[in-house]
Write a protein that binds this ligand. Structure first.
Ligand code: TRP
Length: 366
């Protein structure tokens, strides 16, 4: 269906606090999109139902992390007056849409979804048994996206297969039942370090259990310790004079993601920009300590205002509760309307008016 409005829908699973990988990969962009004024609607879904698909035995963890994730949103500067923040489980239309869309997707197609495939490996579901809900979560994500009539879905690179799957469902639905659903487009971050910020130890994934994360809620001291004590640099760069390598060097991966020329003016005026710093490091004669100190300043400048805003919201949890209650109410109206449109397209709106009585009278004559 053509949609003249520009509508964003994106979301996160509330399984833990968000970290700076989430920030450079998506949160920062969401704030920019919010402030661009280009969008008619921005919706952010706290995907607790999706989080339950691999946490069925631990709903308490999901319940607890809803507040952490909302605080992360508010602290990075997402504005509840401009963005609708809502909770997935409280939007029953999403469940109904999922159920209809399931009939449009083959199990073979789901098995080919590369993100689901690797997640199944990571979680050991190949051996223990794969929960059906987990296997089908891309379909529920299609329900999320289409229920809001989203035109734009800003996500991390790993989510591209979900948007692809959604587009297939939209096309198939519209082909079978008539033009009803809006075809969404994914938007992913432009630079490589934004797309996937590695852990401070250089491992591809930032994760709480690996202890290689910097969380948005971390203190100055925690950030300093992660950079000074844990951050992986260049093992061949033993003496300052030695030429340094940028490849696999987390200080530079993080600087790529975070620093701008103003940071140089402020904290390291000997260099105009990151290219100059990199050139010196590669040539030799620049120590890791100098680069780490600069990075700590850059991170601190970025995270200090986020920390301050968090502290304010933390002292007013009642208002945070009201924000997601209101957001969810608004989202419920919107997603219910989409469900009605879908059911009408499928002609399963039997009791909308009494017109089916006439059809049934014809049926019994046959
Ligand atoms: N699968 C997403 C993630 O793991 C979370 C999510 C749920 C989502 N529903 C969504 C993202 C809809 C974008 C649109 O990060």
């Amino acid at each position: 269906m053509e949609n003249n409005k520009k509508i964003i829908l994106t979301g996160d699973r509330p399984t833990g606090k968000l970290h700076i990988g989430h920030y450079v990969g998506s949160l920062r962009r969401r704030v920019e999109l919010q402030n661009s004024g280009e969008f008619d609607e921005i919706n952010i879904l706290i995907a607790d139902d999706q989080a339950l698909t691999d946490n069925a035995d631990n709903p308490g963890k999901i319940r607890d992390n809803i507040i952490n994730v909302v605080l992360d949103y508010l602290s990075v500067g997402l504005d509840p007056n401009k963005v609708t923040m809502c909770v997935q489980s409280q939007l029953p239309a999403l469940h109904a849409l999922t159920f209809y869309y399931m009939n449009l997707v083959s199990t073979a197609r789901l098995s080919r979804n590369p993100t689901v495939k690797s997640e199944i490996q990571m979680r050991g579901f190949a051996d223990e048994g794969l929960p059906t809900g987990f296997f089908t979560y891309p379909i529920s994500q299609a329900a999320d996206i289409t229920a809001f009539d989203a035109t734009v879905v800003p996500v991390g690179e790993d989510q591209l297969p979900m948007i692809e799957q959604t587009r297939e469902i939209v096309e198939k639905f519209n082909r079978i039942y008539g033009d009803t659903l809006v075809l969404p487009t994914a938007v992913i971050p432009s630079n490589a370090s934004e797309r996937r910020l590695p852990g401070v130890d250089g491992k591809a994934k930032m994760s709480k259990s690996l202890g290689n994360c910097i969380f948005l809620s971390d203190s100055s001291k925690q950030i300093k310790d992660q950079v000074n004590k844990k951050m992986f640099t260049d093992p061949q760069h033993l003496k300052i004079e030695d030429p340094g390598h940028l490849e696999g060097n987390m200080v530079f991966a993080y600087l790529d993601a975070f620093c701008n020329d103003d940071h140089f003016k402020e904290y390291l005026p000997e260099y105009a920009n990151l290219d100059e710093l990199k050139a010196h490091y590669t040539r030799g004669g620049l120590g890791d300590g100098t680069c780490k100190k600069f990075l700590i300043n850059v991170l601190e400048e970025t995270l200090a205002p986020i920390r301050a805003r968090r502290a304010e919201w933390e002292s007013d949890i009642d208002s945070v509760y009201d924000i997601i209650t209101e957001g969810t109410k608004k989202a419920r109206e919107k997603t219910n309307a989409t469900l009605q449109r879908v059911q009408s397209a499928m002609r399963i709106d039997y009791f909308k008016d009494r017109s089916i009585i006439n059809e049934w009278k014809e049926v019994i004559k046959q």
